[in-house]
Ligand binder design. Structure first.
Ligand code: FNR
Length: 395
């Protein structure tokens, strides 16, 4: 059997089982709970807690997961799913799968190669990598490491317009093909784990690479960073976000980039309406993986109402709590065009660098392919809400 001719899920199963005959086991666990647990045992405690943690009592993290259990897939039979493909199109761009890596900052705290390794892992599978503004490596270095691989840039919308402008211009110049503006983190959430440890990576100089290499940031700082690095970090914290922005301010970003602009962090259907009215090119339903508002609505529960309000005018993407192929299928069936996949590949990165992140991503895609086929579908674009039932014991 030539594995390269097989659908990705079957090829991966074949690879794992045949390596098992030679005594080789997968590098990272398949089960997301085991993956999390191994990362917890390997990473520095403060780094693990920074990644795993959420706002306050972390009810939102649990709610995100519980929401997936409320929806059940209704598989269809005898529909010839030999020729499956995960490929799809989004904003005129070809995606190898309806999956992008979620923008996750400060990856240097889990692995020295940080975003460079993670972006290479995504690129090796043809997945679009979304680089965070708060990355440990500058956006140009990440871009150079992956050549022409697909990539988007996530903007933390600085209080200083010149810095925000400079970021989107740099992103455009270095080959990022969309801007994701994160709306839910104009300030940091109240995170018990990090507060208990008095740990904020930025204060230690992690996650500020894009700022420290930015000409507008340096101009505004008014002195060389090396002259007083702590002053530069304090300045970064003072301009990181701005709680005073409103929907009308989006026109500023629109003026400074030709790239599609997506907003990340929409949960309320009225915000979805406002986003469309203010000319965004896409909406990402997300509660930031439960890191911002404790007791927030689950992202998956918000999705159908946002999809209904948007009514096909712009693509809606989904983020927060995706752990398995079935989770992705549920979000896609509820109207998401693609999903953002987050914490699990960060744990893979922490456990085994680029290879670990790649393996987590490859396993996720394989699971998605197998589950799609077993549910009776050949393409993610075939899914719709008739493929699900809502069965929730909590209601
Ligand atoms: C994030 N997230 C995030 N989002 C963003 O827009 N910019 C960022 O820099 C970061 N940084 C970040 C760091 C860490 C350690 C985590 C865990 C998350 C949020 C991220 O994009 C995504 O919304 C969540 O990770 C989704 O939740 P799950 O699926 O990972 O649980």
């Amino acid at each position: 059997m030539d594995p390269s001719t097989l659908p990705p899920g079957i090829a991966r199963q074949f690879q794992i089982y045949s390596q098992g005959l030679a005594g080789t086991l997968p590098t990272v666990p398949l089960d997301p709970v085991q993956l999390d647990w191994q990362a917890k045992n390997k990473l520095k405690p403060e780094a693990y807690d920074y990644v795993a943690g959420g706002a306050a009592n972390e009810v939102t993290i649990a709610t995100n997961r519980a929401a997936f259990d409320c929806w059940r897939i209704v598989p269809r039979m005898l529909r010839d799913v030999t020729r499956r493909s995960l490929k799809t199109k989004l904003l005129g761009q070809h995606l190898s799968a309806p999956v992008l890596t979620a923008p996750i900052g400060v990856l240097g705290i889990v692995h020295p190669d940080g975003e460079v390794a993670a972006a290479k892992a995504a690129a090796s599978l043809g997945l679009t990598f979304i680089l965070s503004s708060a990355s440990s490596k500058p956006m140009e270095e990440v871009a150079a490491a992956v050549g022409d691989a697909p990539r988007w840039f996530q903007l933390y919308w600085s209080k200083e317009p010149e810095i925000a402008q400079s970021f989107v211009e740099r992103a455009e110049r270095s080959g990022y093909s969309a801007i994701v503006v994160t709306l839910d983190t104009m300030m940091l959430g109240w995170r018990h784990r990090d507060l208990d440890r008095a740990y904020l990576p930025f204060l230690r100089g992690d996650g500020v690479a894009n700022y420290f290499t930015d000409p507008a940031f340096n101009r505004k700082l008014g002195q060389p960073i090396a002259a007083d690095p702590q002053a530069a970090i304090r300045y970064f914290l003072s301009i990181f976000g701005h709680v005073g922005y409103t929907w009308n301010d989006l026109s500023f970003l629109r003026r400074h980039t030709r790239l599609p602009i997506l907003v990340k962090g929409v949960l309320h259907k009225e915000d979805a309406r406002l986003a469309v009215e203010h000319g965004v090119d896409g909406i990402i339903v997300s509660n930031h993986g439960g890191r911002q508002v404790d007791g927030s609505i689950a992202a998956l529960e918000a999705l159908p109402k946002v999809v209904e309000m948007v009514n096909g005018r712009v693509p809606v993407l989904f983020d927060s709590g995706i752990r398995t192929g079935a989770d992705a299928i549920k979000a896609l069936a509820l109207g998401a065009k693609a999903v953002l996949y987050g914490r699990p590949w960060v744990y893979g990165l922490g456990l085994a660098g680029e290879a670990g992140a790649r393996e987590v991503l490859a396993n996720f895609l394989a699971d998605l392919d197998v589950t799609l086929g077993l549910a009776g579908h050949v393409s993610p674009d075939d899914l719709n809400s008739a493929d699900l039932v809502h069965e929730c014991k909590l209601r």
